[in-house]
Design a protein around this ligand. Structure first.
Ligand SMILES: [Zn+2]
Length: 364
């Protein structure tokens, strides 16, 4: 049974439990046991999502995700000069275990203080955020009573409050020409010139309201063969739905056009909408509360647009208003990932003061 005696130690305990996407079982079990030990009734689902229902009618949800990116084996967390980092080659996983530690520690303290505010909190710990937000998509929204969800899953300094996150399309493309022996190139249809022109005209990178990236390219069959096949994968992000949809049809038309020009058998490009974008009203009561809680910690709140997607996108799609705040993690998803002890403690204070504000409110 978990028996942790401080926020930092709890964070270390969580970090040491490897939970790369798809392998969250052990961490989910730890959280479930931890909550049970505090006599907080949690539900653990077949997919390892955790849900703590609220007793109050109109609660507020706190969320963190359980999974991390790899490498995530044998993580050895350490502290030096006030910084928490991973000693080996594995990634620390402070994204999102800093928030996970904060929420668990807060629940433990509230329970010990017999705080009634627990009734007004709904908790979700989700799996597979890093892979298409599967856990958030699989939550049972019929059971969820909250209209707002607070999460700190924005890789930004403390103080950031995300006002908008983008629509996200995964791209999968295939180009088929005709392979031929390198000695007889005239017999083949080389796919590379078409692909080169596609890249040139598609203009990857940030352009106006979108980012486009082709990150994986595979093709060809031998050194002495004209490449007759190429596949690629990428992504397209943008805040404005109409604009992004226009970009999608522009790229589809471009592919169709190049197919004709180069006499290809196929130039297929598919766009899979992984999540919609969202925008929250800056002038809402909960954002105002969060701002005050950030200020209490001598940090200036910053309302920002964030190009990254998270479970917040899914929550918004399901009708909740997500307030995603900066988590204070640096170099996330790399072996140099770290978080300052003081930032982890401040993140805790932000959540704590916010929850105390809920306590003072009359929930209708
Ligand atoms: Zn995250």
């Amino acid at each position: 049974m978990p028996n942790t005696d401080s926020l930092i130690n709890l964070f270390f305990d969580l970090v040491k439990i490897s939970s790369q996407t798809g392998k969250e079982e052990k961490l989910s079990r730890f959280c479930f046991d931890f909550l049970n030990q505090q006599k907080i009734k949690a539900q653990k689902y077949y997919n390892n999502n955790i849900f703590v229902p609220a007793k109050a009618w109109n609660p507020i949800m706190l969320n963190a995700h359980l999974d991390t990116v790899g490498p995530a084996e044998n993580i050895e967390p350490a502290e030096k000069n006030g910084r928490l980092f991973s000693k080996g080659k594995s990634i620390l996983g402070a994204d999102n275990k800093a928030t996970l530690a904060v929420i668990l520690w807060l629940l433990k303290n509230l329970k010990q203080q017999k705080s009634k505010v627990l009734d007004k909190l709904e908790i979700t710990f989700t799996v597979a955020e890093e892979s298409d937000n599967i856990g958030a998509k699989e939550l049972n929204y019929k059971k969820i009573k909250s209209r707002f969800v607070i999460l700190a899953d924005s890789i930004m300094p403390l103080g950031a409050i995300v006002k908008a996150a983008p629509y996200y399309y995964r791209i999968e493309g295939k180009i088929c020409g005709k392979p031929a022996h390198a000695c007889r190139p005239q017999k083949g249809i080389n796919v590379l010139p078409a692909f080169a022109q596609f890249i040139q005209k598609a203009d990857p990178g940030r352009n106006k309201g979108r980012t486009l990236n082709i990150g994986l390219i595979e093709g060809g069959s031998a050194v002495n063969t004209v490449p007759g096949f190429l596949s690629f994968k990428g992504e397209l992000r943008g805040f404005n739905e109409k604009f992004v949809k226009k970009e999608v049809s522009k790229l589809k038309n471009l592919a169709e056009n190049l197919k004709q020009v180069f006499g290809l058998k196929k130039f297929e490009i598919n766009f899979i909408l992984e999540n919609k974008g969202y925008k929250i009203k800056e002038q809402n009561e909960i954002v105002e509360d969060i701002k005050k809680c950030i200020k209490l910690n001598q940090i200036e709140p910053q309302i920002v647009k964030n190009w990254a997607c998270s479970d917040a996108n899914i929550f918004a799609q399901k009708g909740l208003t997500p307030i995603n705040i900066g988590d204070g993690v640096f170099n996330a998803h790399t072996q140099d990932e770290y978080i300052e002890v003081k930032d982890l403690e401040k993140l805790y204070e932000i959540f704590k003061s916010f929850v105390l504000k809920i306590d003072q409110k009359k929930m209708t």
